[in-house]
Design a binder for this molecule. Structure first.
Ligand code: C5P
Length: 232
């Protein structure tokens, strides 16, 4: 069986609930994503508990500080043996180089470019002219030249990014399964944007597909995870 690219985002406030969900769907996913909220709430203890499930861990910490501090933080999480850690490309070349140098041999260090919560006006207010898209491309190039493994990008961008960076490791969140592909309930998109399915993102070159609420909020998470897995 080939490697499963699905990483379940465990964005649940309670550690016991997160652990129970992960155990339920573990045979249908390839890894687990723990974010800043989880890490601040449950720390190393929480990560150790989730690690017992036996799946690769993605620590989505989006680190951003001076190079020395980010490198020290990378060393401090080494003991957790994450497969993937995120840092902000906006921290600059030296920060990215030092983070990569401090990471474990088997840990992918992946850059966040521009947060999708920022629009042109928000960027302008921080002194960055141009579109979020142009800024994201600039930071992706910087991450590549700094020796990172890849970037986080949307399902709309991953095809173009893959053409530019052939051996990159690309993480795609914000995915929504197609309606009626075996899910127990139709899932509300919650916004008007055209969404990308896990299959479309994988075909466009995604290395990791991050899925949260379509599984965690499904009436039957096992059925939801199995249905998504079956499309890949
Ligand atoms: O929307 P969903 O629950 O599937 O989100 C899964 C994960 O992807 C969440 O942890 C969210 O923080 C992350 N995400 C992201 N960037 C986006 C959209 C979602 O990092 N643009």
């Amino acid at each position: 069986m080939h490697h499963n690219p699905l990483f379940l985002a465990l964005d649940l406030p309670r550690l016991d609930a997160a652990e129970a969900l992960a155990r339920k769907v573990k045979s249908h996913i390839g890894g687990l994503k723990l974010g800043l909220e989880f890490f601040c709430a449950h720390g190393h203890h929480g990560v150790h508990e989730i690690a017992k499930i036996g799946l690769p861990l993605f620590l989505d910490l989006k680190l951003h500080d001076i190079p020395n501090t980010v490198a020290a933080a990378m060393q401090a999480i080494h003991v957790l043996e994450p497969s993937i850690v995120t840092i902000h490309a906006a921290g600059g070349r030296a920060m990215m180089e030092d983070a990569k140098a401090a990471a474990g041999e088997h840990c992918k260090v992946v850059a966040v470019t521009v947060l999708t919560s920022l629009d042109d006006g928000d960027l302008a207010a921080t002194g960055i002219s141009g579109t979020p898209h142009a800024q994201a491309l600039r930071l992706a190039e910087l991450a590549h030249s700094a020796g990172l493994d890849g970037i986080v990008c949307s399902g709309h961008e991953v095809g173009d990014v893959r053409r530019q960076w052939k051996d990159g490791f690309f993480i795609v969140p914000g995915l929504r399964p197609a309606e009626g592909n075996g899910k127990p309930n139709g899932h509300a998109h919650g916004d008007q944007k055209r969404t990308v399915t896990p299959r479309e993102a994988r075909d466009a070159g995604a290395s990791v597909l991050v899925i949260g609420r379509p599984i965690s909020r499904a009436e039957d998470p096992i059925a939801a995870a199995r249905a998504i897995e079956a499309t890949l």
